[in-house]
Structures are given as structure tokens and as C-alpha cells.
Design a protein around this ligand. Sequence first.
Ligand code: RFL
Ligand code: PHB
Length: 394
Amino acid sequence: MKSLSTQVVIVGSGPSGLLLGALLHKAGVDHIIVERQSGDYVLGRIRAGVLEQGTTDLLDYVGVGARMHHEGLRHDAFALIFKGAFHRINISDRQGGKHMTVYGQTEVTKDLMDHRSKLGLQTIYEAGDSVAVHDFDTDHPRVTFNKDGESYEIKARFIAGCDGYHGVCRASVPAGSIQNFEKVYPFGWLGVLSDTPPVYHEVTYSNTERGFALSSLRSNTRSRYYIQCGMDEKVENWSDDRFWTEFKTRIDPDAAKRLVTGPSLEKSIAPLRSFVAEPMRFGSMFLAGDAAHIVPPTGAKGLNLAAGDVNVLSQAIVEYFQEQSVAGIDNYSSRCLRRVWNAERFSWWFTSLMHKFPDTEGFGQKIQEAELDYLVHSEAALQSITENYVGLAH
Ligand code: RFL
Ligand code: PHB
């Protein structure tokens, strides 16, 4: 067995793991990332697109913000559609100039990966399903894996579980030491990416009698659209034509007339789930990002929550090594969970408000429309939705 050692082993090279690596490196803490998949696979996943200012500030802080500022789109508002009418909601005016940035998760991942390569930071890709975590109830945890026919062991002081919802870190915690809270929604999102000009230039959420739709974008020439679909729906049953025909019924009539359709570059179905694991620390192992919690994508909180976690975690780990203080690592879980539950509440509420639920029928639709009508006419409600949308402090 080949043995390596470092201060922190990060399991997973999604946005959580990569950003944590960049933050630790900046503070002079050594780490190694171990990733199950190849770099190309990680880069190929089309997911988040809307970044909160707290997230863009962190990307700037670690020195990877240049392309994001050049190619990303500043968004000062989002919009809601209900009863066929379009309502723009200004965020910046209500939240002291704070705004969102539209910049794909793929691009964030690429910028963080390029940064690692430039600095010569070690990422072990394609470790496959062999990755295992050991002894995290002691001060000398280890991560083992096999690669290219060789067995490896990495000894460290801490393990950071940044390995997503299906990862090995959370799954390795004994059942009696962890509590899971979960809600599965009775629908999914069918998403399409296409090189067509976005029908709306700001992120627009639609509530319709046929179900939810979201019009988002990646640039002025690339659209990202989603429609609510049944849980058991198969992507093969959705030709591009069928998608466009359905999508048109879920935007306002003027937009439907000007919608430019085209071939999909990517098409996939994502289930919707709310999930939180408590606590987020188990001795020498910490969970961060989707490994610890999932939000339904309505409200775009997932990646932003992950960035918030690794910000708190990096500060705690740096404090441990530089000041010999355990205060940060002891507070990590409770500090993160407060912010996580806030975002869980908001994402659950926004999902409940915008989607068609099979069991509420006409009454449910009328109640949603009444709440939406209140929302767009009440300054108090607008303050609340924009405060949550722009993100609570990290
Ligand atoms: P990831 O991205 O899942 O990365 C985890 C990494 O760990 C690896 N891994 C392992 N590595 C080693 N050993 C093992 N045993 C391993 N098991 C897994 C995986 O291969 C992977 O590389 O988690 P991370 O880093 O915590 O990042 C979380 C975000 O990806 C996620 O929260 C967002 O994509 C959620 N999300 C959105 N978030 C936003 O903030 N704004 C958005 O606009 C937004 N839109 C979305 C979304 C998620 C979506 N889907 C598909 C769920 C839109 C959609 C449709
Ligand atoms: C996206 O652009 O993929 C996106 C935007 C807003 C959301 C979720 C996803 O709430």
C-alpha cells in the first residue's frame, strides 16, 4: 500500500471540494482531493446557474473571479408569472444594491480546476467506488482507495466530506450518530439547455395550471429552461418538439410568440428533494454541501449553501492549525445548520408556492394565485422574498 499524508483530505471535487481546497491553500493549509470520477465527468454536469453575492465574493477572494466578472451576467431582479401575467421583482433596490450573478456551475468548476492546475495542487481523479473513510472518531483519520491496480492510504488530521448526496462520507457514519430529515416532492424538473436567445433576460418562475416552468439562461445566446414533470417521466419520451410545445404554454402569451426554439444541447430530469443530515461534524470528519443537505432547486440555493459551508469550514480548520483553537470546529455544525435550515425553509416555501401538487387540485391553484397576488402587491412580502433570494449572510 502506498501511504501519503496531508493536513486535510477532501473527498469529492464538486464545487464544495474545489472551493474548500482553494480556501485552505490560500491560508497555507495542505490538502489532497480524492474524486471518484474523471475531471471531464465532473465538468460535464449541467447544474446550477445563479450565484449569490456571498459566493461570488468567495470566488474573488480565492482569486478565480476574473472570467466570472467578464462573462457572468449581473442580475438585479427576477420575475414571477401567474395567471398569465409577468411581474418583475427588483432585488437590488430592496436589498442595498445586492445582486445575483448568472454564471454556470460548469464554469465555476472549470475556473477552480484551472486554478488548482496552475498552483500544482494535488487532485486524485478516478478513484472509483473504492474510496473509504476510516478512524474519523480519532485524531488521525485516513482515507483509502485503489487506483490503477494500486492501493493507497492518505493520513490526515481532518476529512472533509464534499462528496455530494450519494457520497461515501455521510454513508459511513454509524446510524445512531446521525439524524436525517427528508421530504421528497411528487414531481421532478425536466431541464433543457439550448443555444437560443433567452426568452426573458432575467430568471423567471411561472406558476400555471399545467405546472411550474423556469426560464433561465447561461448567456445572451444560451437558454436554460425547465418544466415541472411527473416523477416517473422518462427523458426519452420528451422530444425537443414536445418540450417546446409544453414550455410555450407555461410562459406569458407575448413571450410564447417571441420564443426562439432550437435543438437541445442537454436534456435531463432531476427529482426534487429537501434533505438535511444533522450534525455536520463527526469527530475529525465534516460534511459540506450536498453531502449534508439538499434543497429543491426553486430559489437556486444549493451551490450557494455549499459555498457558505466551506467558507465556515475553512475558517474553522485554519483557526485549528494556526491558533490551536477548537472553537471553530466545535461550532461548525451549529453555525452551518442555522443558515441551512433558513434556506431549506425558503426553498420549500418557494417550491410549494410555484408547483402544481397532485392532491390540491383547483383549490390549491387558487390559494397559490392569491398568495402570489399578495406577494407582488405587498412591500413587506417583497422585502422578505428578495432578502431570502439574495441569500442570508455566510
Ligand atoms: P456535487 O456537485 O454533487 O459534487 C460531489 C462530488 O463528489 C464526488 N463523489 C465522490 N468522490 C470520491 N469518493 C466518493 N465515494 C464520491 N462520491 C461522490 C462526485 O463525483 C462529485 O464530483 O456536490 P457539491 O460540491 O456539494 O455541490 C453542490 C451543487 O452541485 C448543488 O448544490 C447545485 O448544483 C444545486 N443546484 C443549484 N444550486 C444553486 O446554488 N443555484 C442554482 O441555480 C442551482 N440549480 C441545482 C440547480 C441542482 C440541480 N440538479 C440537477 C440537482 C439546478 C438543478 C437542475
Ligand atoms: C438555473 O439557471 O439552472 C437555475 C436558475 C434558478 C433556479 C434554479 C436553477 O432557481
